[in-house]
Write a protein that binds this ligand. Structure first.
Ligand code: MLT
Length: 267
């Protein structure tokens, strides 16, 4: 059963499992809280795990035409305020990481640690911005084709033949995303600002998960960003693409637990 918190008169849906220090999971584009199924199961034996359906995804409705990363971050804050939680670790997958960085920028006092799970602190390149607009045109005519090819692209090409169940699982979640939510997220990602300065400024731990076979965010670019982080942990997944917590759940969860222990030590 999901709980809701109000943000701009819309319900933000989230799951809340486990007891202990709070950990927030933010899904990526075409995801929902459900994509974290295995991660929630694993972490909630030791932590309170709150997994949010970001605006326009899962059961949360769209809020306007474009969902900026700041708007997404503010919707997360509405949930955390509703729960009266003050300090937490945010784990953001890809677009969820962009929203997590916006959160870190807007509400720095609430963060104990930030994990950018296959995510980047850089803005879109000019080429990527054009690609977002091409995607919007395609969604308007052929949403199913777009969704299927986008989800497949999240997995390492060489994993496609082994991970049939995981692909079907991710696709079933992606298919629930409304057209308006997809377009709003694409516009929000296109217009997001670079937030790499934050990586170099903050004292709390930052974890980067990087897939060498990632078709969306090239590993070289993510490794470059890692250089300025003061207190860092890197999980480098040689055989995985953009969905490490489904492609290699065991090692992902082991490393996330290590990261969480570091974030919450001395508290
Ligand atoms: C995601 O997985 O959230 C998106 O692929 C990120 C992006 O398109 O930049």
């Amino acid at each position: 059963m999901l709980t809701t918190a109000l943000f701009k008169n819309e319900k933000i849906f989230f799951s809340d499992r486990g007891k202990g220090r709070p950990v927030v999971l933010l899904h990526g584009f075409l995801g929902s809280h459900k994509i974290w199924k295995l991660t929630i199961e694993n972490l909630s034996s030791s932590y309170r795990v709150i997994a949010i359906d970001l605006p326009g995804h899962g059961q949360t409705a769209s809020i306007g035409y474009a969902h900026s990363m700041d708007l997404m971050a503010k919707s997360v804050k509405a949930v955390m305020d509703f729960l009266k939680l003050k300090k937490y670790v945010i784990i953001g997958h890809s677009m969820g990481g962009y929203a997590g960085l916006a959160f870190a920028d807007l509400f720095p006092d609430h963060i104990k640690g930030l994990c950018l799970y296959h995510s980047s602190a850089y803005a879109d390149s000019e080429e990527k911005k054009k690609e977002r607009l091409r995607a919007i045109r395609l969604i308007k005519t052929s949403k199913n084709i777009y969704t299927k090819s986008t989800v497949k692209n999240l997995f390492a090409t060489k994993n496609l033949k082994y991970l049939k169940d995981e692909i079907a699982f991710a696709l079933s979640i992606a298919r629930q995303t409304q057209k308006q939510g997809i377009i709003a997220a694409l516009l929000g990602m296109r217009d997001r600002q670079s937030r790499d300065l934050i990586l170099g400024l903050v004292e709390y731990p930052i974890m980067l998960v990087i897939g060498e076979q990632d078709n969306i965010l090239p590993y070289e670019v993510l490794l470059e960003q890692s250089q300025i982080i003061k207190n860092k942990q890197i999980l480098y997944l040689e055989h995985d693409g953009h969905l490490g917590f489904l492609e290699s759940p065991k090692v992902s969860h082991k490393e996330l637990r290590k990261f969480l222990r570091k974030c919450f030590q001395n508290t």
